[in-house]
Design a protein around this ligand. Sequence first.
Ligand code: AMP
Ligand code: ZN
Length: 117
Amino acid sequence: MPGEPQDDCLFCKIVAGQIPATIVRETETTIAFRDINPQAPTHVLVIPKVHYRDAASLAAAEPVITADVLREAQAVADEDKLESYRIVFNTGAGAGQTVWHAHAHVLGGRGLQWPPG
Ligand code: AMP
Ligand code: ZN
């Protein structure tokens, strides 16, 4: 069933509490936790609790939860007192996606170059 937990999904395991994570925020529909390999002073992943392979698939199936993810990204930025930050949804292996459960990277706390690499 679309949105159901996947046995082989790392982030579904974090949602289920089977793998530890440094959780910074949790709502009924989302979890935010620190990236294990941070690329900036703030590098938090905001994920929906439901499983979809990427952001666009999540948006197509669950527009309200997609908005929850974006609202939580702002809440993470507020908690870390970021005036500016970047939200990244890597989509596809060629763009660097390695975990196939939709997630927003929230990056900030240092100067962020544009365009990104
Ligand atoms: P992406 O490459 O866009 O799919 O992002 C996946 C992110 O998950 C990477 O930035 C990884 O560093 C991060 N990551 C992988 N395993 C963990 C973990 N156990 N806890 C927190 N972050 C993780
Ligand atoms: Zn998953």
